[in-house]
Design a protein. Structure first.
Ligand SMILES: NC(=O)c1ccc[n+]([C@@H]2O[C@H](COP(=O)([O-])OP(=O)(O)OC[C@H]3O[C@@H](n4cnc5c(N)ncnc54)[C@H](OP(=O)(O)O)[C@@H]3O)[C@@H](O)[C@H]2O)c1
Length: 333
């Protein structure tokens, strides 16, 4: 990185509405005029990054763009005076990587109130093993806990279980003493899911291949549902009395057709998660709880390191639903 440019994965819109990705030196002047400049050491790959990197205007309206909704690294300058030079920090969500140049660049500039001081027992690389996926999974756990969903209450379902949010939801819930059913389309990853703490692994079709009744046999006390669409509808109809379903994803679509009956005859709660806008007090609690986890229990093959030049194939895999575990993006590779 020279002082006037930084290396980044740069996405451009071409005439005719196609998008190209290239690695290039981007002038620092292209960064927005915010207070905090951070030298990014690590980022990560989330489903939303893949959408942004392939021209999805629902995520990124303006190109050229540098994706990366997660970043960790060191403070270069903070004009607000909050963070000293050299302090290790995390930025996830807010507008980072959506319409603000993100963590796939070696440098970002963001408002002071997007920045979280690195909690003790995390470091820039480990923080990105979790990233937005871990943050969202832990947010889901906290939403369930607020609904008094306790480990004694029975099984918790996690859908999209091999994905970023799903796999970390399995890990966090099992570490916190819950009995987890992991639903996946990748039954060959059963050992991986059991190593993360799943008690039971089921094929996701077992959830959706059900009849159209408004209420179905009750199979779990609560769920962290990461897929959306027909999966969310089916999960709600199979949730126990006074149960709760925390939802975050729209991979199977943004519409949910359901009926009122799970809500008024079983008291099921539907809990929405938006990790991007999460306010700072909750944001800090979530990172502190993640920091307290026993990181050594994550399986060795849980995450892998990719450089910017490796991202094309990783983006392709995540868009096809073939990704499992987490990809940490390193600017040092
Ligand atoms: N609201 C928020 O704050 C927030 C934050 C983070 C993520 N998200 C959203 O949450 C979702 C998951 O994100 P992620 O980063 O964890 O993605 P990911 O790593 O790609 O994981 C998604 C998982 O969903 C499952 N899946 C993929 N295609 C499917 C299909 N056609 N039918 C059923 N299941 C399918 C796969 O798991 P299996 O093969 O194991 O079934 C896949 O690994 C995305 O929609 C993302 O945009 C929302």
């Amino acid at each position: 990185m020279s002082t006037s440019t930084f290396r980044a994965l740069y996405v451009e819109e071409q005439k005719g509405g196609t998008f190209t990705r290239m690695i290039k030196e981007v002038p620092v002047e292209q960064l927005p005029d915010h207070d905090v400049t951070i030298k990014v050491e690590f980022s990560s790959l989330n489903y939303k990054d893949a959408l942004s990197a392939s021209g999805n205007k629902g995520v990124t309206q303006q190109y050229p763009h540098v994706p990366g909704i997660d970043a960790s690294g060191k403070i270069v300058e903070d004009r607000s005076g909050t963070f000293p030079e050299g302090m290790e920090v995390i930025v996830t969500g807010k507008d980072l990587g959506s319409n603000t140049f993100g963590g796939y660049g070696e440098m970002i500039r963001v408002p002071e109130d997007w920045v979280v001081k690195m909690p003790k027992s995390l470091d820039p690389k480990l923080a990105m093993k979790y990233g937005t996926a871990g943050f969202t999974a832990m947010y889901g756990v906290k939403r369930l806990q607020r609904e008094l969903i306790e480990p004694e209450g029975g099984k918790i379902l996690v859908t999209g279980a091999t994905g970023g949010v799903g796999s970390l939801a399995v890990f966090f819930l099992s570490e916190l003493g819950y009995e987890v059913i992991a639903a996946t389309g990748k039954m060959d990853k059963t050992d991986f899911l059991k190593a993360l703490g799943a008690e039971e692994v089921i094929h996701r079709n077992q959830i959706t291949d059900v009849d159209s009744g408004f209420l179905l046999n009750r199979k779990w006390n609560a769920a962290i549902e990461t897929v959306g669409g027909e999966m969310l509808d089916a999960v709600i109809r199979q949730t126990n009395h006074d149960g709760a379903v925390a939802c975050c994803g729209n991979i199977l679509g943004h519409k949910v057709e359901t009926s009122i009956y799970p809500f008024i005859l079983r008291g099921v709660s539907l809990l929405g998660i938006d990790s991007a806008i999460c306010k700072m007090p909750m944001r800090l609690k979530i990172w502190d709880t993640i920091a307290d986890m026993d990181h050594s229990k994550l399986p060795d093959d849980y995450s892998r390191i990719a450089g910017l030049e490796d991202l094309d194939k990783e983006i392709d895999a995540i868009l096809k639903g073939n990704q499992w575990g987490r990809v940490i993006v390193s600017h040092q590779k």
